[in-house]
Structure formats: C-alpha cells, structure tokens
Design a binder for this molecule. Sequence first.
Ligand SMILES: *Cc1c(COP(=O)(O)O)cnc(C)c1O
Length: 406
Amino acid sequence: MTAIHLRAEDDAESRPGAVLSFPSRGMPARAPRSRLHLSPPSLVGGELAVLSRTLTDGWIAPAGPVPESFEQAIGEATTFNHVAAVASGTAALHLGYRVLGVERGDEVWTQSLTFVATIAPAVQMGARPRFLDVAAESWTMDPNVLESALQRAAQRGKLPRAVVPVDLYGQPCDLDAILTLCGRWGVPVLCDSAEAMGARYRDRAVGKGAALVAFSFNGNKIITAGGGGALASDDPALIARARHLASQAKEVAPHYQHETTGYSYGLSSVLAAVGLAQIGALSTRVAERRLVFERYVEGLGNLPGIGFMPEPAWARATRWLSVILIDPKVFGATREAVRRALDAANIESRPVWKPLHMQPAFRGARYDGGGLSGQFFEHGLCLPSGTMTAEEQARVVAVIRGCCKG
Ligand SMILES: *Cc1c(COP(=O)(O)O)cnc(C)c1O
C-alpha cells in the first residue's frame, strides 16, 4: 500500500477564485522549479480505495461490476443511455467506424485541425479521409464547408460513410448545423468528444444527438482512468454491436463461434476502478480548467498581438487546453520563440495540432476550405491547463509577458 503515492490536492480548496497578481511585462521570470506540464493527470484522492476494493473483491478482467458501474457513471455524466467502456478513445473511434459499416474505399470526413487518432482507425480500415477546414468562431468543423462538400458529393453520387466533427480542445462543434446537413443526405455523425467530456452545447450535454460519440480517459484528459475510452449512443443496437466487437465478436455458443472478427478492446476492472473514482470530479475539473483560461485572459489579454480561442454563444467548452494565438508582427515574437522561452523556464507548451491535410501520412487526401487550420497551427500555442496553483500559472504568464516586444 505504502509504495503507491497519491498526490493529494492539499490546496484544492484555496485555489479556485484565488486572486492573482501578475508581474509586469519585461520582469524576469522566477527561477524555474518543477516542470509545468500541459495537462497532467489530477488525482481526486479516492482512486486507491476503489482500486483496493476492486482487487479485494477479485475483479481484474474487463468484465464484472466495476466496468459496468463506470459505464453507468459515464452515462449519467454525459446523458447517453448506452455506453461501452473500452481500452482507449482510439478504440472507441475504431468501434464507431466498424458499427457504421466503414469499408475499404469509403470516404470518411473530419476536420483537418485535430489529433491523428480521430481518423487513424478509419484509414487503417482502408477508408479515404477527406479533411474540412474549421470555422473561425469555434475552431471546429465549418458547417458551410461541409454543406458545399456534401452537395458536390451528392452530385457525384459518392457520399461519405461518416462525418466526424471534433470537439476541439473541449469546444463543442456546431452539432445542430452538422446534424441538419448530414441528416439531409442520410450521413451518420460520429462525434470525437475525446477532449470534451463535461462540455455543453446549447441546452444539452456535448455530442447529444449524434449517432455515436467517442470519449477518452487517457492520462492527459480531464478525467482519466490511466487509459481508456468510451463509445456512447442513444441507439442500443449500435452499442450492443460495439460491445460484441470489443470482446472478439464471440457468438452465443458453448464453443468459440465467430461470424466476423472483433478486437480485444475491453476496459480492465483495474482501470475502470480509477475512472469510477475520477468521474465524480468532472464538473469540478471543468470549472478549474475554465478558471485557468480566465486567468490567462486576465494575465495576457492586454498584450498586443495576443488572441484566444473563442467560445461561441452556443458553447460551454471544457477548456481542456487553453490556447492563445500570437500575431508575431504585433507581439514582437513568434509562437515558436514563445514556446522556446517557456521550455527554457521549465514550462511545457505545444503548437496547436498540425492540420492533418499537411501531414505526410495523409499525402494526397482531399482538403476543403480556406487556410484557417493552417493559420491556427502556425500561430496557436497550447498552454499548461491542468490543476495548478495561481502562483504556478503566474510563472507561465510572466514568461509570455517577457517575450512581448510589441
Ligand atoms: C486523446 C484523443 C483521442 C484518442 O484518445 P486515446 O484515449 O488517447 O486513444 C482521439 N481524439 C482526440 C481529439 C483526442 O484528443
């Protein structure tokens, strides 16, 4: 027992709402201490107890009451009626593509500005990806780009097998607009909400209304199981099919009988126990991340050439990562110069996702839209966004202010 050290959040009470004072621009940053990470996991404190009970009761495999309880908790947190907890968010997406019937030669459309895992399983299944630009108001799939692409695809007689919007950095996509367009042509929507559990779109939970939604419990996500994911839907048949495929597609028979091949994608009871302990803190974590974003706005908003990822009126984002935009001509330093300065101060930051249409892995894939995805990549920087003290966040702000020559 003593070998496992849970990092207690001893000052969690005092943190939200703490008053910050930011050092003035040009002041040297304090001597760097421990490295500040982009999105480190935060433990709630109850993980060890649930884990211990799970093991004591003899549950380890990806079956039994603990994964079931976790699925139920995910359903409550996301308002989906049917949930399959699986080994990763990528596995959830893979299963989503399988249950939607993606086959070799099919087209699957997603936004270019996303993590590779959104589309990787479809490509591995032989689908052809097509990348769409994002909208300036949300940085998520642009419904106008989607509409003209769908119109042209319908004329050609080759509609996509699935459209996959992404709730980027926790920002819900404009799902109603996307559902209306896809509904017109009967194209199913699989929402990649890996970064957005706990976000809200209009008056409902994120993703609600899509045929399928994928979530992730990777170590860097808002709620973590140490690894894991979930596929959610309000259609029981889709989740039953996903469950069947996730456990090697075993038919009901005394021997092993298979009509198709599946995967070993179950979530072990050990990981589910961690996730179960974590998920109760979802709304607290979202509030914390939103507060982190507000503090960046407070500390950096008056600098020339600094912008922020917007939040449209219909969105309540998780702010999984806080993202700034740096206009080098006005700010006086490039995004890369700021990233290096942060790194030298022992602070991790990262450029916004490199658009998938610019990735060598997808050479030759079609791209629709303008240059927004590329601009956000060129000028966008993701800042430390996890649980941290006001003092730690002030370190980040001070380094960025020190880079400003505008
Ligand atoms: C994290 C993430 C995934 C993959 O989730 P894993 O659990 O790491 O497999 C997929 N899409 C997006 C947008 C993500 O951020």
